[in-house]
Ligand binder design. Structure first.
Ligand code: CDP
Length: 240
């Protein structure tokens, strides 16, 4: 654990995995059970993408410089158990979940300096709070010494079914699930380079688990690890 300015040790629980594997909702829940804060790294890539959409430039014209310029208006605003993604200080949580942002976010996430920008915001949050952070590369690049690393996977069809149920608030049809599965598998392929299971991550397949069951498992792992204690820093000084 790394000492912060006040000398207190900070705990980092890193939850990674492919699209719609339940990382964010699980991370949020685990954070509230443990009294930590949830940091959603994907929300920052999404907010940068939403800011680029707002710029009015055609997505094909988005350069790394343009995205970084508009991302300067993106911040994470602290909440009791999370951080709200904001553009110009206004919460954009629902805007960043829209289809247009989802369609373009993977390309924005390939931009190296955008990744450096996200990683540094996420690492800053960990200097001030114990966090549960979720994404693709939290346990590998951003927090190679995280207190606990979890990699969540689930069958693509089940991930698509859950994501749609959450979005449309009713039971999706088979045809809708098939279409969403195609979109998820396509995004998984675009995100494959950065979606890596750390060697020391605990792999949890949630296909046949309920959400309370997966939360319970991660909370139990976190309690076991934090009780055992650690004298290592969750933040690698060289991570970008
Ligand atoms: O919720 P979902 O799993 O669909 O995605 P997300 O966590 O909101 O992330 C949105 C996109 O951001 C992903 O498709 C990746 O392209 C990118 N991302 C990334 O590259 N690295 C991360 N640590 C988190 C997200």
């Amino acid at each position: 654990m790394s000492p912060d300015a006040s000398g207190a040790a900070r705990i980092v629980i890193a939850i990674d995995g492919p699209a719609a594997s339940g990382k964010s909702s699980t991370a949020q829940w685990v954070a509230s059970v443990l009294g930590f804060r949830h940091v959603d790294s994907g929300a920052l890539y999404r907010a940068a993408t939403a800011a680029a959409v707002r710029s009015g430039a055609a997505p094909a014209e988005w350069t790394e410089d343009l995205v970084l310029r508009v991302a300067a208006n993106v911040t994470l605003s602290p909440r009791s158990t999370s951080f709200a993604p904001c553009i110009e200080g206004v919460d954009v949580e629902s805007e960043i979940r829209g289809a247009e942002v989802t369609r373009h976010v993977s390309r924005v996430a390939q931009m190296p300096r955008v990744r450096t920008w996200v990683n540094s915001l996420v690492q800053q949050a960990a200097t001030r709070h114990d966090i549960v952070v979720d994404g693709r590369d939290m346990g590998t690049t951003v927090f190679p010494k995280a207190t606990l690393k979890v990699f969540l996977i689930a069958d693509p069809w089940e991930r698509a079914r859950r994501r749609l149920t959450q979005q449309i608030g009713r039971r999706p049809t088979e045809a809708e699930i098939a279409e969403e599965t195609d979109r998820l598998v396509h995004r998984d392929a675009q995100d494959a380079t950065q979606t890596v299971q750390a060697k020391d991550a605990v792999l949890i397949d949630t296909t046949y688990l309920t959400q309370p069951e997966q939360v319970e498992r991660i909370v139990a792992l976190a309690k076991a690890v934090t009780q055992r204690g650690s004298d290592t820093s969750p933040v690698d000084d060289h991570a970008s």
